[in-house]
Ligand binder design. Sequence first.
Ligand SMILES: [Zn+2]
Length: 483
Amino acid sequence: MMATMSLFRRLPRASNGFSATLSGFGRSSLCFRGNTGLAAWHLSHVRPVSTSVHEYGNFDIALTRSGLSVKIKHDAEHRRRELFPYLWLRDNCRCSSCINQDTQQRQLNTFEIPQDVHAKDVEVLHEGVDGREPGIYLTWNDNHKSFYPFPFVNQYTKYDNNMKGEQSSKVTWDSQGVDRKLNTIPFTDVMQGDSGLASLLSMIHTYGYAIVTQTPHDTPSPTQHLLERIAFIRVTHYGGFYDFIPDLAMADTAYTNLALPAHTDTTYFTDPAGLQAFHLLSHQPAPDTTTNDTSQKDSMGGETILVDGLRAADLIRETDAKAYDVLSNHRLPWHASGNEGIAITPDTLHPVIENDSATGELVRVRWNNDDRGVVPWDGGRGPEEWYAAARVWHSVISSSGSQFQLRPGEVLSMVFFRYSFSLIAYLTSYSLVFDNYRVLHGRTAFTGIRRICGGYIARDDYISRWRTLTQDPSSVRLRTIGC
Ligand SMILES: [Zn+2]
């Protein structure tokens, strides 16, 4: 199992310590309502105020002509800036007259703030006193008062994209998958409490997939309820929650019994499905099969294949810079055209590997060669360069070292019923939930009749649920709305 952890992905360290420090910041405390009870620092001109601010380091804070100067002494974090424009600060006042405290929506008219707005007083409160939170208090030239907690200032000295502070470690895996102990959770845990659901979502966020054991399989409903615990199910032109036995009514190879190479789903959407779940409810020999040979269970096929797209992208980045460059820059059309009245293609062209342009971190893998349109010329690059790079990608994701197989014989061994001479039924007790932005899935060909159910959840709904269940609410607010 150690081998699976060999590619530990190291992300920039999160802002450790913030959530603990922020946990005491209630909503009402963010609103500054005058009468400090303490002497404010009155600064009509540039005059540094030296402060010692615990883990935020030593700040030198001063009012200057063009904004609030925040200089960090002994900066070990290579901060990006030390001056906050007054207009920006005034626009981000969190007081109850500027922000609706229930909806957190701005009710200040940004464009009524004079362009030359400036602060006339600054007060730095090192520690909470009389219900006032530590932080920076500004009095504006029109006497409006604003409060900025230290973490707010700290975040914006460091980041352009403030959400970067929430990144958590991701762990990649190979053909061995993830140790079951780390990413398996019983159905009842997920259904009964938020801590179980939080565990499920953390597993998916870290590893890209999670296995929910003991999912009831008599009917598809429990699997549907499992998905709805996360968020509402996304409806597509194929419907919402599905429950099917292969036929070609849906005009898609997923509805046949052919092998499916590793792919991501809904590459043809501007925002592809975020999570996907599926659950094999049963797998039986075809009705005309008269044998009671139990060895058939080994020959019916239909193993689920999972490939970690994050690992594949990392491997190519490390070993073939040219291919990686093409895969992450050459933009392609993707499409869904097989159904009457349906002609779906994303608003813009998308490359196979999509990265955050600021951090280089993987945002999304988009790969289904069957749904790929015609390879275009993109800028100065011709299609032949894309084909060469795509061959590298194909080779990595289809190699035996990348493909983790969930074997029905193994998966189903926990609940295996044989309930007539001629009928062998595999009743699985597992459902699988995975990140369709990261993990590719496929299956081997199969015989017999499978009943499978599942559905999609939109990316933003999944991440929102993960965020609210696994993070301190105040640290979430800090990153999204600054308080
Ligand atoms: Zn205000």
